[in-house]
Design a protein around this ligand. Sequence first.
Ligand code: CU
Length: 176
Amino acid sequence: MVRPFSARKGFAWTTAACSLLSLTAFADGLSIETPWALSLPAVSKNGAVYLIIRNHASETDDLIGGDTPMAQRVELHRHILQDGKVMMHRVEAVGIPGNGSVSFEPGGYHLMLMGLRHSLDAGYRFPLTLRFRRSAELSVQVQVLDALPGPHHDMDGHGNPSGVKQEQSPDHGDHG
Ligand SMILES: [Cu+2]
């Protein structure tokens, strides 16, 4: 099946997303990579932010919270599989091991935006500040995407290669 026009559009979208996602915040031995949020219907009350935190220092630091003008509050959540269902649990802190990293990604940890003040429209960007137990806070720009970034791009620009949207209810609010 050959669909040259949509394939070209998909490629342009992918290139733009990758260049925006290369933004990195760096301070105190911590760096943040690829902060992104999944686009959601405008009726959604809550959303989720994913990113990678690298700790270049030798001692563990903990992510303990965040703030954004985008939502009333930010919580640290983890998806876990429980009785065959994906449940979300709130956690107080996420340890970032020294000389290591933690990926916040669908199916695992995420920063939950509780009470959205603006809809998560693909292409939209918003600031997010992360707070740590030891290091100074870090601010990043979160890019709203309509699909999972990284090596699993859907080159056609359509569809849903990761199943992410099915995993998360529009309100993303089923807390276990
Ligand atoms: Cu959550």
